[in-house]
Design a binder for this molecule. Structure first.
Ligand code: GLA
Length: 397
């Protein structure tokens, strides 16, 4: 199950810092695991409708250092927050407290309730995945914690099962009814590749990202507080759409099985809002399949057009974009070297993703920083990211 990963320069510095602070705090030499954040190239809000997504793991990671304890306690230190938290493995129950430790508690709780008996552990966590930016900081924390707790207990579990248990932890302990995308890519990502996932069968295909294409992640620095309740509302709207359509289309098992013709023929059964939500899901699934073909053919112009359509659909039909996300996309679109731009992740703020020709990426980055700040007064963080492998143990070399 466990890959041995060579940390790259910044990651190596974080892992070293984590090891040093662990030794100081717990007087022990830990083993270190890490899991990446992700960016989604296309296929938004389709995963929980059994549809298709195309994320890539990023070279931004959460690192968890671990060493065993003789009792059934978890002592957890977060370096980013400068906080310590104690948990008892024998008294973990589902439910959200709103504290960062919900994710650690959730992963431990789900592993135990699945039947894995965990050893107690001292843990320390450090991360460079920006929090709340829509780059899956929670999935990175869940997956790195799962790796640490399982290895510490000498339990080996396949990657897809780890992803599913982490998703369950998020449902039960963060009360965010996420799909499988974020945890899956954090486990299965591959450097140099995007991953096209069929969220029904969980079959996936690794698609090479052309060498001269850069993934530019633009953080608008705005995140709405209702992001997770808004997400759960969208999921509920999809369920309403599905149940209504299932009344007239008995063969369907999820919105993934609805065609655009089906939707148009039966739109009279749906309210305007539910109709638009379903239309987004149906058209987005189609775009992911077309985008996979475009990527395989190296047709970045077509990929970019599909990204633009995806953004419009998320803005107008799914209603999860924001003025800042729209602005960042608009500012990116006109620039030389930008193949495509769209919001990425759940929405309600966070980041956009641009696919950019390598030769123009620095120019685009600088211009976007200036233009976005001039228009909003906010200083954005614009990162040119590398794709990464999924979670694993960090080697000491
Ligand atoms: C969040 C969720 C994912 C997915 C995206 C939207 O990142 O965790 O499961 O639904 O939003 O595509």
């Amino acid at each position: 199950m466990i890959r041995l990963l060579q940390p790259e320069p910044t990651g190596a510095a974080l892992a070293r810092r984590l090891k040093a602070l662990f030794a100081e705090r717990y007087s022990a030499i830990p083993t270190i695991y890490r899991a990446p954040g992700r960016v989604n190239l296309i296929g938004e809000h389709t995963d929980y409708n059994d549809g298709f997504v195309m994320p890539a793991a990023l070279n931004l990671y959460t690192y968890v250092a671990v060493s065993p304890r003789a009792d059934r306690k978890l002592r957890v230190y977060s370096e980013n927050l400068g906080e310590m938290c104690d948990l008892e493995l024998d008294s973990i129950h589902p439910g959200r407290s709103g504290h960062w430790s919900d994710y650690v508690r959730g992963v431990a709780g789900v592993l135990e309730s699945t039947g894995y008996r965990l050893r107690g552990a001292d843990l320390a966590i450090i991360s460079d995945v920006p929090l709340g930016a829509g780059l899956s900081s929670s999935a990175a924390l869940e997956v790195s914690t799962a790796f640490a707790l399982l290895s510490n207990s000498q339990i080996s579990v396949d990657l897809t099962t780890v992803a599913k248990m982490c998703q369950k932890a998020e449902h039960l302990y963060a009360e965010m009814r996420c799909g499988i995308m974020d945890q899956f890519i954090s486990c299965h990502g591959r450097a140099g590749h995007a991953l096209m996932l069929d969220c029904r069968s969980l079959d996936f295909q690794l698609l090479p990202v052309p060498r001269d294409v850069r993934l530019m992640v633009c953080n608008t620095m705005v995140r709405h507080e209702h992001a997770s309740s808004g997400y759960n509302t969208r999921r509920h709207e999809c369920e309403v759409g599905f149940h209504t359509l299932a009344g007239v289309l008995p063969g369907i098992r999820a919105l993934r099985d609805v065609t655009l013709d089906d939707l148009e023929n039966h739109s009279n059964h749906l309210s305007d809002v539910i109709y638009k939500r379903v239309r987004h899901v149906v058209t987005e699934n189609d775009r992911v399949k077309k985008a996979a073909t475009a990527l395989e053919m190296g047709d970045m112009a077509e990929f970019g057009r599909l990204m633009a359509d995806s953004h419009r659909s998320l803005r107008d039909d799914y209603d999860v974009s924001t003025l800042e996300l729209d602005l960042m996309v608009e500012l990116s679109n006109g620039q030389e070297g930008v193949y495509g731009a769209r919001m990425t992740g759940g929405g309600f703020g966070g980041c956009t993703i641009n696919l950019v020709d390598a030769a123009h990426s620095q120019e685009v980055q600088q211009r976007l920083e200036q233009d976005y700040e001039a228009r909003t007064g906010l200083k954005p963080t614009i990162l040119i990211c590398e794709t990464s492998d999924g979670a694993g143990a960090v080697s000491e070399k």
